[in-house]
Design a protein around this ligand. Structure first.
Ligand SMILES: O=C[C@H](O)COP(=O)(O)O
Length: 307
């Protein structure tokens, strides 16, 4: 039997977990006598395999909650100063990353008023660094004035400004190359949902990003069902979780297990202080992208939804 360590061993797969180290302490074969060398080898191997899986799961639960406020084309100096004052004076959950998507013209103004722990995002950026592109702004310009993020592929950019999956992916590729972090939006319309095409649509949008994005470290995906945006019709926590779980599996199948475990997926669409806590309990919802409510004091409660 020593020569064939895998033979005749029944293994107890339950993990003994140290709450401090978050590491299984041991996995031992059930033995009626002292373990042989072969059995010890099998036990060690199983411990390593299980610890590797456990580590991946630990990373999943360690995804830092990330809440974005997308102010869209709203605000002026006075109202922005008020929102920034509210955020500066509030006790924000230190375990939640906060990003404000501000109209480009007020980005530097907001940057100077917001706490330094709050990130600032452009709401769009073009796919090249500079040139004859009247009206556009580039990722390097955003970086130059203190933004560290950009929101790309929002459904309003897709629907109103006819941005294609391909253009959005090119923008993401360039923004990442310039050192910005990207909130990459996806989501289905009501017609697509009612036609049973939700998964197909979000997979197509993810595929487009995946053709251009090589390193997902600085990407957060925002799943925003278009029918829930600005309508007051939030996806139920179950509906949102179902799509987030599909996306997680899509990432495992098409990118890698590691990216799937680490990538944060936000939910967006009529998130309010009233529904944020329940949504935040879902295992694959790693934050929110908030429109209307991010302009109100209740945004603080949304940021703190996990407390
Ligand atoms: O980017 C944010 C989304 O469009 C959600 O907007 P909303 O919270 O007003 O529905």
């Amino acid at each position: 039997m020593d020569n064939n360590p895998s033979a005749d061993i029944s293994v107890d797969l339950r993990l003994s977990v140290s709450s401090k180290a978050h590491k299984p302490t041991a996995v031992f074969p059930k033995l009626s006598k002292r373990p042989s060398e072969g059995q010890k080898k099998v036990s060690k191997l199983l411990s390593e395999i299980l610890y590797a899986n456990f580590s991946t799961n630990s990373k999943m639960s360690a995804r830092k909650f990330c809440v974005g406020g997308n102010w869209k084309m709203n605000g002026d100096q006075k109202s922005i100063a008020e929102i920034c004052k509210t955020l500066s004076g509030a006790a924000l959950d230190p375990n939640t990353e906060v990003v404000i998507g501000c109209p480009a013209i007020y980005l530097m103004y907001a940057r100077n008023l917001l706490p330094c722990t709050v990130g600032v995002a452009g709401q769009n950026a073009y796919k090249v660094a500079k040139g004859a592109f009247t009206g556009e702004i580039s990722p390097s310009m955003l970086k130059d004035i203190g933004a560290d993020w950009v929101i790309l592929g929002h459904s309003e950019r897709r629907a109103i400004f006819n941005e294609s999956d391909e253009l959005i992916a090119e923008k993401a590729e360039h923004a990442l190359a310039e050192g910005l972090k990207v909130i990459a939006c996806i989501g289905e319309t009501l017609d697509e949902r009612e036609a049973g095409k939700t998964n197909e649509v979000v997979a197509r949008q993810m595929c487009a990003y995946a053709k251009k994005v090589r390193d997902w470290t600085n990407v957060v995906v925002a799943y925003e069902p278009v029918w829930a945006i600005g309508t007051g019709k939030t996806a139920t926590p179950e509906q949102a979780q179902e799509v987030h779980a599909f996306l997680r599996q899509w990432l495992t199948d098409n990118i890698s297990k590691e990216v799937s475990a680490a990538l944060r997926i936000q939910y967006g669409g009529s998130v309010t202080a009233a529904n944020a806590k329940e949504l935040a309990k879902k295992p694959d919802i790693d934050g929110f992208l908030v429109g209307g409510a991010s302009l109100k004091p209740e945004f603080v409660d949304i940021i703190n939804a996990r407390q």
